[in-house]
Ligand binder design. Sequence first.
Ligand code: URA
Length: 196
Amino acid sequence: MAENWEELRQECLGCEKCELCKTRHHVVFGVGPKEAKVLFIGEGPGENEDLQGEPFVGRGGQLLDKYLAAVDLDRKTNIYITNTVKCRPPHNRDPKPEEQTACADWLRRQIAILRPAIIVCLGRISAMRYIKEDFRVTKEHGVFFKKGNYLMMGTYHPAALLRNPNNKPDAFEDFLRLREKIDELQLDIAKNYEKE
Ligand code: URA
C-alpha cells in the first residue's frame, strides 16, 4: 500500500541526511496536487525557494509558469514540481553527487505515491541523474524516453534560458510536445482534482 503523502512530507521536512540541512532555511518538498500525472524535476532550491519553501519562485519560476500556462498546465491544479535535492546548495552551486544520492529516496517515495505518467527533467543535473548519465540538453531536449512505467523528457533549465534566451524557442517547442503527449495519452489532467 502506498504510504501517506502528508506523513512523507513531514518526515522529509525534518531531513538531516546530508550537509545541506545545516544551511537551509526551508526544505523545499514540492508543489502541486498529489494526483498530478505530470511531474517536473528541477535541480535544487535557490535563495528565494529556500526562503519561501516552494520550488521555482524566482525569475526562472516565472518563466516556467509562463511556458506551462501556454500549454494549459499549472502548478496549482495539474502538475507537480520538485527538485533533485530538496535543500539549497550554498551559493547556488551544483548539488554534489552524494547530496543527490542522499536525497533520491524522498523523490522515489514521492513518485511511488504520485505515479506520474510523464516526468520532465529541467536542466542537465536532473536529466543526467534521472534519464541517462550522458544526457545532452542541447541534443536531446524534447525527446521522450521510456523508462519503466514512465515517459521521461528533458528540457532546458529556466535559469539557463534566462542566461541564454536563444534557446527559448526550442524550449517552447518542448512544452508543445509535452502537451501533444498528454493529449495523445489522454491523460486526465483535471483542472481541479478536489472536485472529482
Ligand atoms: N532552480 C531549480 O532547479 N529549482 C528551483 O526550485 C529553483 C531554481
